[in-house]
Design a protein around this ligand. Structure first.
Ligand code: GMT
Length: 374
């Protein structure tokens, strides 16, 4: 099959899922054409059958704002015509589902392009709900041949808010458990925790929904009981607030703001607990990647997180904003090595048995095949 994959290229779950999906499909023999305004973050090695098409956004003095949606339509049309694309798979509805719809309509006379839209989270739960966007998203979903959502929670929210009457397949996010697995990195461990302190970690794009300040507050409580270090991986709008809070609490020297990183396996492998106190999370891909590396997760009990984190088995979930409970759960894990060991094994097992890339990607492949069958 020839697949066009539209996604955001930057750090963020939807782009990562699209990229890993495309790379795996290419390994399975399909031709995958990424269409994005920059090279997707994880598209960093040569891979046979993978192609990249840059969406160039025109700059004209009359346009005060960039015409990304239209530039994308133009690029999709070009790629479909030249490469004879069968399936256009767009990740994150805004504006990708709209651009995909427009391109397909413009091409309709000569090409039988099939449109698949994967919903990732805030495209449905936040931005998509804005009154100006809602009818546009509803319309473009109604005109996608297939819709998928990354969790049952997101499927329910889409039905509740958009009521399109269309089937929505739940295809959960996935992880390559052969790559994301716990290994020994004694040098790195020593560098981060020279006195064998416990290591907590949080990875995100530091947007408000991630509640990075809650991470710092949880760590502050943990630190009162257990010698520990906190790794904050990523960057974004709330980084400064988190830095300021660490300063106010006087715990900066125990926290490392690492910024954006690519070596997540190394960092996860030396970590003991992954913190994800988000206020909105349709799935929580970073939690799954942590679990695959045997890191138990302490998270908020919202959105799709309970579909990933099995409470009291692979980690703990608590009410949104209940920093002290999350701190207590973390301390419990860190104080009881046997318990931590059990949770770590369970976390890895759950990732391998339910969310491995080899189990999930064929579900997308089947969905494409169904669409192309006469
Ligand atoms: O960061 C992105 O690219 C999208 C982002 C969002 O805000 O929608 O992430 C979502 O998609 C990820 C991949 O499917 C999920 O793991 C995240 O839980 C989800 N984020 C939210 O729902 C806040």
């Amino acid at each position: 099959m020839k697949i066009g994959m539209v996604c955001y290229p930057t750090y963020g779950g939807s782009g990562i899922v699209a990229t890993e999906l495309g790379i795996e499909l290419a390994k399975m023999g399909h031709e995958v054409h990424f269409i994005s305004y920059a090279l997707p973050t994880r598209l960093n090695n040569f891979q046979d059958n993978v192609f990249f098409h840059d969406v160039e956004i025109p700059n004209y003095p009359l346009f005060e704002f960039h015409l990304y949606t239209l530039a994308l339509v133009g690029k999709i049309i070009d790629v479909v015509k030249y490469e004879k694309i069968d399936i256009l798979h767009v990740h994150y509805a805004i504006p990708h589902a709209v651009s995909g719809y427009l391109a397909r309509q413009i091409l309709m006379k000569d090409y039988n392009l099939k449109l698949v839209t994967t919903l990732h989270g805030t495209d449905i739960t936040l931005i998509g709900l804005e009154p100006g966007f809602h009818p546009i998203i509803k319309f473009s979903l109604e005109h996608s041949e297939r819709i998928t959502a990354v969790s049952s929670y997101l499927r329910e929210k889409t039905i509740q808010h958009f009521n399109t009457g269309k089937d929505i397949d739940v295809i959960p996010n996935f992880v390559d458990t052969l790559i994301y697995k716990r290994q020994e990195y004694p040098e790195l461990k020593k560098q981060i925790a020279p006195n064998d302190e416990k290591i907590l970690i949080h990875i995100s794009n530091f947007r408000t929904v991630k509640r990075v300040c809650d991470v710092v507050k949880i760590f502050n409580e943990v630190l009162k009981k257990i010698p520990s270090k906190l790794l904050l991986v990523g960057d974004g709008p709330d980084r400064i607030a988190a830095e300021n809070l660490a300063g106010e609490l006087g715990i900066q020297k125990h926290i490392k703001f690492l910024g954006k990183q690519t070596s997540l396996v190394e960092l996860l492998s030396i970590s003991h607990v992954f913190l994800l106190p988000s206020q909105s999370e349709s799935f929580g891909l970073s939690a799954l990647e942590a679990m695959s590396c045997g890191v138990p997760v302490v998270a908020s009990n919202i959105g799709g997180i309970p579909e990933v984190v099995d409470h009291n088995e692979t980690g703990f979930v608590a009410e949104l904003g209940d920093v002290s409970r999350m701190a207590r759960y973390t301390i419990e894990l860190l104080e009881k090595p046997k318990k931590w060991e059990g949770f770590s094994i369970n976390a890895r097992k759950r990732a391998v048995e339910l969310f491995d890339i080899k189990l999930i990607v064929p579900r997308y492949e089947n969905l494409y095949r169904e669409l192309l069958e006469p």
